[in-house]
Design a protein around this ligand. Structure first.
Ligand SMILES: Nc1ncnc2c1ncn2[C@@H]1O[C@H](COP(=O)(O)OP(=O)(O)OP(=O)(O)O)[C@@H](O)[C@H]1O
Ligand SMILES: [Mg+2]
Length: 299
């Protein structure tokens, strides 16, 4: 069965897009057939993957087709898929997608449109990774409803724990409202980590200590100019600077996730603080509340 995971955090600039592309590329390098879905009207993933930004069918075309015909389009035949590299395909975005949020509001089963659009294509992929915009709006609800797991990139800095609590609250509501009762949190990735600041270390420790048991910490990626350069070059970090710390960190995280998802045997070396176990969003929300208090006290 195809694993669908979304990369979400309503806070802007937490490395969601960079993480989606890097993990997608790392999983493709490990033999998986990966579809990346750019669900952000900013189209950063589309740009970072080197796909054209204008004049091509996109995920908006696909969603609009479903809304007009009550039927999923053929993504490949409709020219909506962009090959990125061996095993890695992108369903791109464009600024038009900003309109979709409004158009979805009046749709029947409006939270399930993305899920319906992706369903016929799933046989062609082992893994689908959805890059979410920095919000908790209807597009993100569609991603959380389509996905089986959520990956949360967190920059360990002031109010990170508070932002995490908001997201976990949304995930809890999606499960309670039965939109997607089986939704799980794959784990947290610390991103843009700068171990030179005591504050960053303190926030990471708070989050690790309070929720690390329920939401696995999948790993950490240090702040590095190489990640930004790779995005500007339109190439995944794993190809742009394959031996860099960032590429190696994403490779390790990909190994852990593929083992968690049963897409590959477990890696020989342990990854960060472990990847096993399903997280309970409600317990996590309570735990992050404690972390928020701690982080604020540290601030
Ligand atoms: N590990 C890193 N080191 C240095 N720069 C990074 C790193 N990860 C991401 N960046 C840079 O930080 C900026 C934001 O990253 P990215 O676009 O991946 O975040 P995002 O969470 O997707 O943002 P948004 O919320 O706007 O969608 C980009 O310019 C990116 O190149
Ligand atoms: Mg982004």
């Amino acid at each position: 069965m195809t694993m669908i995971a979304c990369i979400a955090n309503q806070k802007g600039g937490t490395s969601k897009t960079s993480t989606t592309l890097a993990l997608g590329a790392a999983c493709a390098e490990r033999g998986q057939r990966v579809l990346l879905v750019d669900l952000d009207p900013q189209a950063s993933l589309t740009a970072a993957a080197g796909a054209p930004l204008l004049g091509r069918p996109t995920v908006y075309t696909a969603l609009s087709h479903y809304l007009a015909h009550d039927e999923a389009p053929d993504l490949a035949a409709g020219g909506m898929l962009h090959p990125v590299s061996a095993g890695l395909t992108l369903l791109p975005s464009s600024i038009d997608l900003a309109a979709a949020e409004m158009e979805l509001v009046t749709a029947v089963r409006r939270e399930y449109i993305l899920s319906e659009v992706l369903a016929p294509a799933l046989d062609d992929y082992d893994l689908v990774l959805i890059d979410c915009p920095p919000s908790l709006g209807l597009l993100v609800v569609n991603a959380l409803t389509a996905a089986r797991e959520v990956i949360v990139p967190v920059v360990p800095e002031y109010l990170a724990a508070h932002g995490l609590q908001l997201l976990l609250g949304s995930i809890g509501r999606i499960r309670k409202n039965k939109l997607n009762p089986r939704l799980q949190i794959a784990g947290i990735i610390f991103t843009m980590v700068d171990n030179r600041t005591t504050h960053g270390r303190a926030v990471a420790e708070e989050i690790r200590g309070s929720i690390g048991r329920q939401a696995p910490i999948l790993g950490e990626v240090k702040r590095s100019i190489k990640v930004a350069e790779a995005a500007a070059a339109g190439v995944p970090i794993t190809a742009y600077a394959a031996r860099s710390d960032s590429a190696l960190a994403y490779g390790q995280i990909a190994d852990g996730l593929l083992a968690r998802w049963g897409l590959r045997p477990p890696p020989p070396a342990p990854v960060a603080s472990g990847v096993a176990g399903a997280a309970d969003a409600d317990a996590l929300a309570a735990a992050t509340a404690a972390a928020t208090a701690g982080a604020v006290a540290h601030g």
